[in-house]
Design a protein around this ligand. Structure first.
Ligand SMILES: C[S@@+](CC[C@H](N)C(=O)[O-])C[C@H]1O[C@@H](n2cnc3c(N)ncnc32)[C@H](O)[C@@H]1O
Length: 231
């Protein structure tokens, strides 16, 4: 494959990466299982593709975790959900977090993550209507970086309830994603997501303690990190 000047990707490489990225994201009609399958098929080139799209979700997510746990990070027990190939786990490690498990439905993505040797336990599980086989009140925090937007928008409330269940009261659920799904007048397709966030707050299950807006999440679009405290 040809490369542009100074090692910059050529136009052809960028087009290939953009096509692969669009395939991974899917659209509103793409079934969750199909999205996971696409990640499996592209696990070998995932980091390269996301790198070319200037993805920063993992950096921002780990930064928020570091902000909320300023001390004793080596003792903080984290589940990295939708862990993928371990980009977020890797960043958490560089902030001094040492006790990190991974939850990821694509076995192939998990295989890549295993090569990094950063996670303790691996859960090859999908978030959805299913129970997650993890004891209640296990973690100090759950991180979610870049969970597929089409999945996030339709994720059933049960998925968030399961994450809340496995986090200790007073712990945090830290979610880095597109900013456009948070505002009331934001992406109309994300109404289910916003309703779930609010309903869980009304039910006294968690409370939003921070919504940090940032630029350049991926492909030049804005991102946000939401931090919910489990009650
Ligand atoms: C864009 S990658 C993000 C990976 C990693 N967190 C990062 O920051 O690079 C999205 C990941 O979400 C996973 N995923 C898709 N549907 C999911 C679900 N229902 N529950 C958990 N993970 C899911 C995919 O398999 C994929 O690995």
């Amino acid at each position: 494959m040809s490369r542009g000047i100074s090692g910059n990707p050529s136009q052809k490489e960028m087009e290939e990466a953009e096509n692969a990225f669009r395939l991974l994201i899917g659209d509103d009609s793409t079934e969750p299982d199909v999205i996971i399958d696409r990640f499996s098929q592209n696990s070998h080139c995932y980091e390269k593709v996301l790198g070319k799209m200037n993805f920063t979700g993992h950096v921002q997510c780990a930064q928020s975790a570091a902000d909320w746990f300023p001390k004793n990070r080596q003792d903080v027990y984290i589940l990295d959900a939708a862990a993928g190939t371990g980009l977020c786990g890797d960043k958490l490690g560089s902030h001094g977090f040492r006790k990190i498990d991974a939850l990821e439905p694509s076995e192939k993505m998990l295989e890549e993550a295993k090569k990094k040797g950063i996670y303790g336990r691996y859960f090859n599980v999908m978030l959805g209507e299913n129970n997650v086989d993890i004891e209640s009140d296990t973690y100090d925090a759950v991180t979610i970086s870049g969970l597929s937007i089409m999945v996030m928008k339709k994720l059933p409330r049960k998925a968030f309830e399961e994450l809340i269940r496995i986090v200790k009261p007073g712990g945090y659920i830290i979610n880095a994603t597109y900013h456009k799904i948070f505002p009331k007048d934001g992406d109309a397709e994300a109404a289910i997501f916003r309703n779930n966030m609010k309903a869980l707050e009304s039910q006294g299950k968690w409370t939003l303690v921070e919504l940090r807006h940032f630029t350049d999440y991926v492909c030049g679009e804005d991102g946000a990190v939401s931090v919910h405290k489990v009650l």
